[in-house]
Design a binder for this molecule. Structure first.
Ligand SMILES: Cc1cc2nc3c(=O)[nH]c(=O)nc-3n(C[C@H](O)[C@H](O)[C@H](O)COP(=O)(O)O)c2cc1C
Length: 185
């Protein structure tokens, strides 16, 4: 078997799009098991949110191992990305917090650091923001109830700023993830 290429998949603390994303993760893991070694990196809040949405067990079933943020450089993802150990970095879903930090060049968390350092060495970065365009979004709470959330102009502006960055590809929905994998096969 040829050597599988590594992919870093970051999960931030987002309830929005998390269910659909985890479903796609399972599909990508299975479909590309011979080509790609998907390594999952979870922000501290991501870890909490997966628990709230009862998805921690599902993640453990899909992946033998995942890596949870200790700080910006532990686990040492940014360095590995700069050393070109990863084919690409995908952050999905991406909170408005992580989007804003990348937009403003604040690299103080595991995934913002990985993205910003990765941009400096031209590793492709794919980002799926929860707050994509200005307006009202209906999101599902961990208890199954709906909550209407306002996507602010400021958050939408940060998304636009990311879209203007080199080697940075911003997309809206989890069903666009398979195309990213197809592109890199
Ligand atoms: C249950 C739950 C759901 C959340 N969903 C979202 C969300 O959909 N979008 C978002 O931007 N933040 C959401 N948050 C807030 C983030 O987790 C919070 O801003 C955190 O600081 C993000 O950190 P991170 O970007 O490093 O993961 C949620 C928080 C909780 C507890």
């Amino acid at each position: 078997m040829s050597k599988r290429r590594k992919i870093a998949w970051g999960i931030t603390g987002s309830g929005e799009k998390i269910l659909e994303t985890v479903e796609i993760m399972g599909k990508m893991k299975e479909k590309y098991k011979d080509q790609f070694d998907i390594r999952v990196y979870i922000s501290k809040s991501g870890d909490q949110v997966l628990k709230y949405y009862n998805l921690s067990n599902t993640m453990e079933t899909i992946f033998d191992k995942t890596w949870t943020e200790i700080n910006a450089n532990a686990p040492f993802l940014a360095g590995q990305i700069q050393l070109k150990k990863y084919e690409f970095l995908l952050i999905a879903p991406t909170t408005s917090n992580t989007v804003a930090k990348i937009s403003l060049r604040i690299a103080d968390t595991l995934l913002t650091n990985a993205a910003i350092m990765g941009q400096k060495t031209s590793t492709p970065i794919y980002i799926m923001p929860t707050d994509f365009r200005e307006g009202i979004v209906r999101t599902k709470l961990p208890n199954g109830h709906n909550l209407d959330i306002k996507v602010t102009k400021q958050d939408a502006d940060h998304v636009k700023n990311l879209q203007s960055m080199e080697n940075t590809f911003v997309f809206e929905n989890p069903d666009e993830i398979p195309r990213i994998f197809e592109k890199h096969v």
